[in-house]
Design a protein around this ligand. Structure first.
Ligand code: PMV
Length: 325
């Protein structure tokens, strides 16, 4: 087989119904399903170049040399699958601020497996790519698909049924997203650490899990019917319940800053005044506003005016991961 470099892109995604907790840490199997939207403008582009003469994998992240430890197991699986034992040069770039809590691991692993599949000619389908991406980062399984996406927890111990699938494409309901960046410092507690700690010490974790089926059902219906009121209800509730379970851990995990809370209040008061917008917050202090089509600009202006908001980023829904060259 001739060794050809391949480049792929993938968009970040934002969960409307959150993934918070693993049923198996080794295989990154989620304890419950989740539902997300994939974004167009916030993306990672990754080139995988298998080279016959390299002694180890090399990673360049946004122009800086980085430790390849987290990508090596992913590449090992493509080497094993293809029978081609070549180390790789991997170059990856995010077009959004890295380390700002914008889930670069999701777009990063989705782009990496899509590029590796092309470079090693392994011919995986989207389900297979989603499983490979999940092994890198749980939320990355969702970035293989565009628009509205559901991740299944699966029940098999080998994880072969724990993958994402498409619910609806972006044109079905072209919602907009505004991300309010309230700090650029790396988050205090990484998501895996945060979810494991919540699972093992929070008295609210069982309550979190017991509500998941109903939340997934409500979100699926809201998306199918383009019912924004229902989507608002389940999106804000899922985010608040996730944070409530983390807050109740021992010791409690508090991801929010003052500016985070100020954004939540502003979003609710805009909604009361008639703007189609709701919030969600991941394992960090940034706020993501999900807006009805055409409302993103107004929401971005209002959030940018809040004390402590350093930057706002606007995005639309976009396609799934794809090979670009
Ligand atoms: O993919 P991970 O392991 O970084 O976990 C992501 C967890 C949240 O962002 C908090 C929620 C989600 O569903 O994306």
């Amino acid at each position: 087989m001739s060794l050809q470099p391949a480049t792929a892109r993938a968009g970040a995604n934002i969960a409307l119904v959150k993934y918070w907790g693993k049923r198996d840490s080794g295989l990154n199997l989620p304890a419950a399903g989740s539902i997300s939207i994939t974004l167009a403008e916030l993306e990672t582009q990754t080139t995988v170049a298998p080279m016959a003469d390299l002694s180890d994998d090399r990673l360049e992240l946004d122009g800086q040399s980085a430790d390849p430890a987290r990508i090596r197991p992913v590449l090992d699986r493509f080497r094993a699958r293809s029978g081609v034992d070549a180390r790789c040069r991997v170059e990856t770039r995010n077009n959004f601020p890295t380390g700002a809590g914008l889930a670069s691991s999701a777009s990063g692993f989705a782009a990496l497996v899509t590029a590796a599949d092309a470079a090693f000619a392994t011919g995986l389908d989207e389900r297979g790519l989603s499983i490979e991406a999940r092994l890198g980062s749980g939320s990355a399984a969702r970035s293989i698909f565009g628009g509205f996406v559901e991740m299944a927890s699966g029940t098999r111990v080998d994880g072969s049924d724990a993958h994402a699938s498409a619910l609806a494409d972006a044109p079905h309901w072209p919602l907009e997203v505004v991300v309010a960046i309230t700090t650029r410092q790396a988050k205090a507690v990484a998501s895996t650490e945060g979810m494991n700690h919540t699972m093992s010490t929070s008295p609210y974790y069982p309550a979190w899990l017991s509500g998941m089926d109903a939340d997934l059902e409500q979100a699926r219906n809201a998306i199918a019917r383009r019912d924004f009121e229902q989507l608002v209800a389940v999106t804000e509730s899922s985010a608040l319940k996730m944070h409530a379970s983390a807050l109740a851990a021992q010791p409690g995990i508090l991801y929010w800053h003052a500016a985070t809370v100020a954004c939540l209040h502003e979003i609710r008061s805009m909604r009361l005044a008639g703007t189609g917008v709701c919030f969600t917050v991941d394992a960090g202090p940034q706020v993501k506003a999900v807006c009805l089509p055409g409302q993103g600009k107004r929401v971005a202006r209002r959030l940018a005016d809040i004390d402590g908001v350093e930057q706002v980023v606007q995005a639309r829904l976009g396609p799934g991961a794809e090979v670009v060259s």
